[in-house]
Write a protein that binds this ligand. Sequence first.
Ligand SMILES: Cc1cc2nc3c(=O)[nH]c(=O)nc-3n(C[C@H](O)[C@H](O)[C@H](O)COP(=O)(O)OP(=O)(O)OC[C@H]3O[C@@H](n4cnc5c(N)ncnc54)[C@H](O)[C@@H]3O)c2cc1C
Length: 563
Amino acid sequence: MRNEVKNLMGSHYDLTIIGGGIFAACAAWDAALRGLTVALIEKEDFCSGVSANSLKMIHGGIRYLQHGDIIRLKSSCHDRSAMLRIAPHIVQPLPILIPTYGHGKSGKLFLGTGMLLYDLLTLGRNRGIRDPERHIPLTAFLSKEEVLQEYPDLEQKGLTGAAVFSDGQMFNPTRLVFAFIKSAMQKGAHVANYVEAVNLLYEDKTVTGVAAVDKESGQKIKIRSRVVLNAAGPWSEWFLTDSIPHGKMEKVVYSRDACFVVKRRFKSHHALAIMGRTKDPDALLSRPARHLFMAPWRDYTLVGVWHVVWDKHPDEVTVGESEIQAFIDEINWAYPGLNLTIDDIEMWNAGLVPFGDNEEGQENLSYGKRSHLIDHKRIDQIDGLVTLIGVRYTTGRSDAAKAIDLVCKKLNMKTRRPATNYIPITGGDIENFELLVRKVHQQQTLGLSLEVVRELAHNYGTEVYDVLGLASKDQDLARPINGTKVLRAEVQYAVDAEMARHLADVVFRRTGMATGGNPGVGALQECAEMMADLLGWDDQDTRIQINNVLRRFPAWKHMTSAK
Ligand SMILES: Cc1cc2nc3c(=O)[nH]c(=O)nc-3n(C[C@H](O)[C@H](O)[C@H](O)COP(=O)(O)OP(=O)(O)OC[C@H]3O[C@@H](n4cnc5c(N)ncnc54)[C@H](O)[C@@H]3O)c2cc1C
């Protein structure tokens, strides 16, 4: 991966994409496969926005059964199958346990019937998924005793057992975004991080490109293209306010969604879905409340999601200590045996997602249903501009395909939708993930444990050989960074081959070093010193880089600043 700032200035593209989250990355891959010339710019690092902050679920749409929305259910299921097929190293099935109580709407018969109906509606869900470990199994039922073996602290009054269904879970959402971006680059897309779109270029009422600034050098650049796709997530509207001053796009209502990472991992390998306090007003069957999820993820447990109507700028998104305390109270209310305290919370993840229609302060909220795809010719009489604002990470691939259909129409290009649901993305051409792990473990002579090799294979897929190639040339790179499972070779690889410019790029996005919490100042210091050698930072630069990373962890966690 090379930063393409120089190329961006001299070329004339079919399409410029603004943003580097999942929707932009998928759009770049789809467009490049159709033969379009593509530029993509991201104002920070790739996948540093909402996409980095998700609960890491690739939904199969079971929730839409409740709303009677079969079309959406099936399309979500297709999206989940696609991710399990094209990126089996990053996405894997996660069994989710729903405890059943009594004989009503929380009972085994009622829930079980719904889930069996879901099984029937999604019969083709494993078609073309080569790795049997990536297949989504049928609904299973557990007895009360079996449930209590998994989650012994569950409320036992009225408990009759559980229904278990599976969804997809991402090992690392940022690596999935990179895999799409790398795939697009291999098909010729020009891509740059730390380049911000500041305005649109026009000829009369037709957009002819983007005025941007390279934030690293301060250089202003003009990127010429026949169409621009604004895929800047919740920043999209703010960008449009500046670049289409009298734009008529309807204001999107946003929710600040939040979840958090708990440092303990529960014994069970099942995620647990339990009733929270907030109601879902859209549910046809008017269930008493929405489910809260507690999902095992790597060495941690993820808990969420909470929603609050938000009308401030996306850069202002934060989660305060008192809010976290309220979330903890809700979790402890729903699962008293857990006894969560604020000390258990390693970090929070939050971002803005389009919502349904809600008043500020409304208690029982209505949730965003579909991504917004806007043709500005239709609403603002401005040609050459399309906006895509996504609701779910899960649907990034299929929604991007719809956006590129519209782009191609504007370009007067007759293209067929590429089979992005079948073509493996970079690193994802894997017959059987566990066999890959074992093969790599046997072949390497660096003395790495099976656990470290598995983690590498999750992050890089078949590109694990490139990382290990670096480590075999230099034994020093085969060592893990102080107290972590991340190899020094990964840091080198991130800088040399994956456009990492800052410490945060490496620890939060290229590797899993800090995605679950603070790896400790020792680890950050070692990583920063390596990067300083590679990128020419002095002592002060290195200190600033470390402190920028430490700032990302919650204030109530005792932290040491770099001296
Ligand atoms: C707490 C939480 C939990 C969630 N859980 C799930 C889940 O489990 N499953 C699921 O499917 N979905 C989930 N979602 C929703 C999902 O994460 C989002 O729908 C999705 O990531 C949005 O992707 P995006 O590419 O549109 O936006 P982003 O990832 O925010 O990407 C937009 C990018 O554009 C860049 N940008 C902005 N302005 C400019 C500019 N002027 N120039 C250049 N670049 C610019 C930004 O820096 C940003 O990186 C969750 C969301 C949250 C917040």
